[in-house]
Design a protein around this ligand. Structure first.
Ligand code: GSH
Length: 215
């Protein structure tokens, strides 16, 4: 089995990165430095013409999109507990995963890269300010889920939802939102980061969980 994961430190690729490490499967993590524009190199665009991470290469097959990568890994490495195995628990976890990926994550993109949505600098500031407020509300929704975690977001086992929650809450600090204010999520994220496999990924990506800076 040859598995390669192209990831960028601190990016959404943390989600499959953490789950691969938790699975115990052998894989090659390959870092793509987004701040250096490596995702726009000819070599990388040949792999993923959209110029984004994550990319999973499994036996030469290129797979993009977090949800597709996670479902592929879940089928291949069921021991990883990427999602609950079956039943309504799986359906609910998929529902939350889809929402994190299609709603929470793109809201942060409006905070972090408003230039993707308009070239007008004043409009960029307005988009950013509006998206920060929306993002705060979405982190509040994750907080309500974390308050009910038993003990993880998808139930008894740590899953992709906990990895995504870590990424999204950490991004809150970049958006100027204090992550420690979301007490249940903050506790969950710290517990997840302390799992030995996840701690290896946090170390490999050199992640600091709290990026919030007071003015
Ligand atoms: N819908 C995509 C989103 C991927 C994405 O937004 N990746 C970001 C990092 S979090 C990226 O590679 N950005 C680089 C860029 O846009 O230049 C997925 O689920 O994989």
């Amino acid at each position: 089995m040859s598995l390669q994961l192209f990831y960028a430190p601190g990016a959404c690729s943390f989600v499959p990165h953490a789950m691969l490490e938790l699975s115990g499967a052998a894989f090659e993590p390959i870092s793509v430095k987004l701040h250096k524009g490596e995702q726009r190199s000819a070599e990388y665009l040949a792999l993923n013409p959209r110029g984004q991470v994550p990319v999973l290469v499994d036996g030469g097959e290129v797979i993009t999109q977090i949800v597709a990568i996670l479902l592929h890994l879940d089928a291949k490495l069921p021991q990883a507990g990427i999602l609950p195995a079956a039943g309504m628990a799986r359906t609910r976890a998929l529902s939350t995963l889809a929402w994190m990926n299609n709603t929470v994550h793109p809201t942060f993109t409006h905070v972090f890269m408003p230039q993707k949505f308009t070239a007008d600098e004043a409009a960029q500031q307005a988009i950013r300010a509006h998206a920060v407020q929306a993002y705060r509300g979405l982190l509040g929704e994750i907080e309500a889920l974390a308050a009910k975690a038993a003990p993880w977001l998808a139930g008894e086992q740590p899953s992709a939802l906990d990895a995504y929650a870590l990424t999204l809450l950490r991004w809150g600090g970049i958006a100027g939102i204090d992550p420690t204010g979301f007490t249940a999520t903050w506790a969950l994220v710290q517990r997840f980061a302390a799992l030995p496999a996840v701690a290896r990924v946090v170390e490999r990506e050199r992640l600091q969980l709290n990026l919030f800076k007071t003015a």
